[in-house]
Ligand binder design. Sequence first.
Ligand SMILES: NC(=O)c1ccc[n+]([C@@H]2O[C@H](COP(=O)([O-])OP(=O)(O)OC[C@H]3O[C@@H](n4cnc5c(N)ncnc54)[C@H](OP(=O)(O)O)[C@@H]3O)[C@@H](O)[C@H]2O)c1
Length: 266
Amino acid sequence: MGKIIVITGASSGFGKATAELLASKGHTVYGVSRRGGADGAIKQVQGNVRDAAQMRSIVAEIAEREGRIDVLINNAGMGIGGALELATPEEIDLQMGTNFMGCVNMCQAVLPVMRRQGYGKIINLSSIGGVMGLPYQGFYSASKFAIEGFSEALAAEVKVFGISVSMVEPGDFATGFTASRRNSEATLQDRSYGPIFRRSLSLIEKEENGGLKPEVLAKRIAHIVDCRRPAMRYVVANLEQWASVALKRIIPGRWMVNILKDYYKC
Ligand SMILES: NC(=O)c1ccc[n+]([C@@H]2O[C@H](COP(=O)([O-])OP(=O)(O)OC[C@H]3O[C@@H](n4cnc5c(N)ncnc54)[C@H](OP(=O)(O)O)[C@@H]3O)[C@@H](O)[C@H]2O)c1
């Protein structure tokens, strides 16, 4: 039977590819994003995940119309590049508010529906930046580390209600993410950080633009949607990035800092 699926950030990148694939498999897919989009195979709803009240009313409307929500995929996100020291309160709020609070808002909106029905599946988009602190993407990493801790705790709290929580940790992919990144003007203009940031940033952008196609990730998410007992974490990355995640979990922290510092040329 087709599932009722809500996915945030379905107007671009992973969200769009995943929503299209799931719809093609016969599921009913609602996409939530600020741009929305024409209603085709995906039922597009306009909304900002930062707005908790708006997310509650969108979810209530979908639950009322469909009678249930089987799967929530928290995918909406963006990145801010720059030195941690120079980030403004607005930049930090935008980063944490979109990536972390956006995920929290959707979970809090959907959980009462899933608890009532006695089952459900939540899939949260983390990143390999949620496993290791990426230089010059520090608040992005912080937002994904927050998702990791939140998701792990949530999984333990809601298992008793028949709800599973999984995380997807992608490496570099070619999506709209790179063009949408907000780069800190203060860092770019800074005499000490500026030149290092530019060097790191051009490497980050090159890796992302040459990254895997979003359809690769969409297939993995579709597998999680279909499988009976999903795992807690799925690393989806090229071999080098996949190995770096495995390494991070066993080597001393100081070594990892040196590896990241050398890799990002900072
Ligand atoms: N690309 C990568 O290399 C990579 C790697 C690891 C993890 N990720 C994660 O994957 C997720 C998807 O990113 P992507 O690579 O597919 O980037 P993308 O192509 O830029 O897509 C981001 C999506 O998030 C939506 N979004 C952003 N802010 C929103 C808000 N406030 N409210 C509602 N929707 C919002 C955007 O839609 P609107 O602009 O229409 O709102 C868009 O649909 C993100 O969580 C990202 O952190 C990406």
